[in-house]
Write a protein that binds this ligand. Structure first.
Ligand SMILES: [Zn+2]
Length: 111
C-alpha cells in the first residue's frame, strides 16, 4: 500500500515537473525576449542568472548576448551603464560600474 502511494506521488511529481518545463522553442523565445533592449534595462543580475541557467539547460549558447552583461556580477550594461569602454589591441574592454570587473572581449575582424 505504501509503495503504491509512493509510486503515485512520484508520478504526480514527475507530471508537475513536465508541466513546468519549457520546450526548446519556448525557451528560445523567452531568451530572445529577455535580451531586448527595453527588457534588459530593467533586468537584475538575478534574472540574468536565471536566463543563463535556462540557456545552459537547453544547451543554447548565448554567444553575442553574453556581452550584454558583466561576466562577474551579471549586471546588464543596459541597466547600469558601464564605467568605461575601451578598445585596445583588438580587444574591447568594458569596466563594470557595479563591481568594477574588467570584461574583455576579442573583437572579430571587420568589426
Ligand atoms: Zn560587474
Amino acid at each position: 500500500m505504501l509503495i503504491l502511494l509512493l509510486k503515485e506521488w512520484v508520478k504526480q511529481k514527475k507530471m508537475r515537473i513536465n508541466n513546468k518545463k519549457l520546450s526548446k522553442s519556448e525557451a528560445k523565445e523567452k531568451i530572445k525576449e529577455f535580451f531586448k533592449k527595453e527588457n534588459l534595462k530593467k533586468a537584475s543580475p538575478r534574472e540574468v542568472k536565471k536566463i543563463k541557467r535556462l540557456a545552459a539547460h537547453k544547451k543554447m549558447p548565448l554567444k553575442e548576448k553574453r556581452k550584454l552583461f558583466c561576466k562577474k556580477c551579471l549586471m546588464p550594461f543596459e541597466n547600469k551603464e558601464p564605467k568605461k569602454v575601451r578598445i585596445k589591441n583588438n580587444k574591447k574592454i568594458i569596466e563594470c560600474s557595479h563591481c568594477g570587473h574588467l570584461n574583455k572581449w576579442k573583437l572579430k575582424e571587420g568589426n
